[in-house]
Design a protein around this ligand. Sequence first.
Ligand code: 5HY
Length: 246
Amino acid sequence: MKIQLINPNTSMAMTDKMAVAARQVAFAGTQILAVQSATGPASIESANDEALALPGMLAQIQAGEAAGVDAHVIACFGDPGLRAAREIATAPVIGIAEAAMQMACLVASSFSVVTTLARTVPTAQRLLVDYGMTTRCRKVRATGIAVLELEAQSDGLLRQRIGDECRLALRDDGVGAIVLGCAGMADLCTELTRELGVPVIDGVTAAIKLAEALHGLGLRTSKRGDYAAPGPKRYAGVMAQFAPVA
Ligand code: 5HY
């Protein structure tokens, strides 16, 4: 099967990093097509970043659908544009936050999220409400690390800070699992799982395995209800390319 792994930010280093993690867990017959937005911010850490990242991300969904991919993964922990992507796709679209949270719930009764900057914590909290996860997530914890600090291979100091926050979560939150709250943390998952002795879930790898599972069952995005294709309409200006056609 072909999975389009979309980095909604424009950091190529981060795209490469998540592609490595995805290929490490994918089945031999799974092809990972790693792409990123052609327009938009280098990292997504605010509502403004998110809004301006969406056209580039949705353009990749359109391109992937035209190319006939079997699934799309939106690899940013805010799951930007997930509902819009599901409207325009027929293949399954998986957001890494939802994937990680769902996986965590299968192996622990509760989890905490360890993420980047404090300002992204409310975004994760809104997703928890949206996904009905507020009784399963004990806390969303910030490390104070900016997304672009995690662009390349995470260095020892960053690993230490993220590991320390995970240890605090285990000590103080009473949780059985940790969800990593940034696609740029994908390279830390195996090491942290070993170090902490609890399941540590990274959304990129969780989403890849869920995409394979959905494909194996022949499940695709429902075209009934609010994921139905948007009706035809004119879109003005630079958005004209996104206008839904009949
Ligand atoms: C991410 N931002 O996974 C999020 C993480 C965050 O550009 N890729 C980004 O900090 O919310």
